[in-house]
Ligand binder design. Sequence first.
Ligand code: NOJ
Length: 564
Amino acid sequence: MKEHLERLWWKEGIVYQIYPRSFQDTTGNGIGDLQGIIKRLDYIKSLGVTIIWLNPVYTSPNDDNGYDISDYRGIMSEFGTMEDFDQLLEEMKQRGLKLVMDLVVNHSSDEHQWFVESRKSRDNPFRDYYHWWPAEKGIPPKRWSYFDVEGNAWKYDETTNAYYLHYFSEKQPDLKWENPKLREEVYNAMRFWFEKGVDGFRMDVISFISKDTNYPELPQEYEGNFVPFYANGPNLHEYLNEMNNEVLSKYDVMTVGEAPGVTLKNALDFVDEDRKELNMFFHFDLMSLDRDGDEVFMMRKDKWKLTEFKKIHTDWDAVFSEKGWGSMYLNNHDFPRSVSRWGDDSKTHWYNSATMLQTFLLTMRGTPYFYYGEEIGMTNIRFQNITDYKDINTLNRYASVKNVGGDVSAFIENEKDASRDNARTPMQWDTSKNAGFSDEKPWIKVNDNYAEGINVASQENDRGSVLNYFRKMVQIRKDHLALIYGSYELLAPDNERVYAYTRTLEEDKYLILLSFSREREILTLEQFKGQNAKLLLANDDAVVHVKDGVFKVRPYHAMLYTID
Ligand code: NOJ
């Protein structure tokens, strides 16, 4: 194995992401909680995953479901107490599971004590924890905001006659990393959790933390697309390096940055081991594939192509082939369910699609991240009415469309595929009321298809279920180092139906064939003529004799072979 491919727990790990609000309610308030996660730890362990990433559980007024934090050392009261958290961590450790928390430090809540102070007066000691523009200088240079109804990231605040910056909602003011005191506060909060024994952080929009505090006019090239501008702050790498020196390097932890705006070109600036910044990050190339140009929440009109999908993954694999390490994901709390988005969730193709996508994540290089419910093939809910949506992103964009007299029904059609709420519906545990998530009305509607086999209990007892396929495939990845560290080679690059590749580590070679199509395909791979191959796993009838190099591929078929 090459030297840079040092064996490390977070490279060999398999991550299971939990959106706590939607996982398991134990108090009867319709909201998931920490005791609910504790209750389900044996189940999580049984999946074979090794790391849990928890979306924010800190004290928050919940303008953006916990991504607006008012106390970085407190636990959200709806989720429980610090005792519950300590118990969760302890019980995870007993089961050999690692815990990764969310770190949300591009912004805080406007209800955080720092901001409460900061907005009081211009000479308040906390003034410089946030970005302020004094109104006597005129209207501040344009900045765009994700969740603002008017798309304006500057909010006027009367008390001090100044504007503050908020890349997200007006209740999420951006923290001023340029202030060393603020950075030290963040590092101290990180140390607090590491001292408790937490194993790492997923860092929210970490690419956005550095800002030019002269707040220049937006350069022309970024007009209409702020993300690359936000992601290229002047001191970003200095801060990440400092954070590594001051905190991360002192513990055996993993880091994964959420990195909108980071590209193949600057990828290694973040994760090249020699630079001592982060371990991994989530790029957005796949998440943008079916979207309308720079509009990450609008669906594109034509369908995405498999060749584009392959290219994204092939290019990213190449970037990390010598240095750094990748992270593989198909959905999370910000994007629709993977089976509905990248597969076909109709009755005919749902099983094959869900298991094929699992096979993909578990046979690629890079740490795989699964999102709760992905192991049982949970699907998009496709809400029809705006009143069913809970997400600030959908609600505020709806208000924007309405305010300008736009087409609200077209907007709702778009949200059926694009909305983040598609992925936030309650975990489907069984066929009892509310899918076993809560005895009371859940904070967001449960997907009715829990009654039709998409639930844990039904799949638990079915050897041929999506859930049990997932467990088998997880075990296969763990048993074959080549699937983790092996080099990747794309085959049949122009084929629009089948994604075929090999993974090779020294003598061990694997062939993976994945159909992303409703059509059957006969695929010829000349290089396998006369080769001996053994089928390790397939989600449908598979060709066992590959000697002639011809593969009959069914819709959404997944096949994994070892090659002699
Ligand atoms: C990215 C998070 O994943 C998303 O859920 C959140 O709304 C924004 N960052 C703001 O924190």
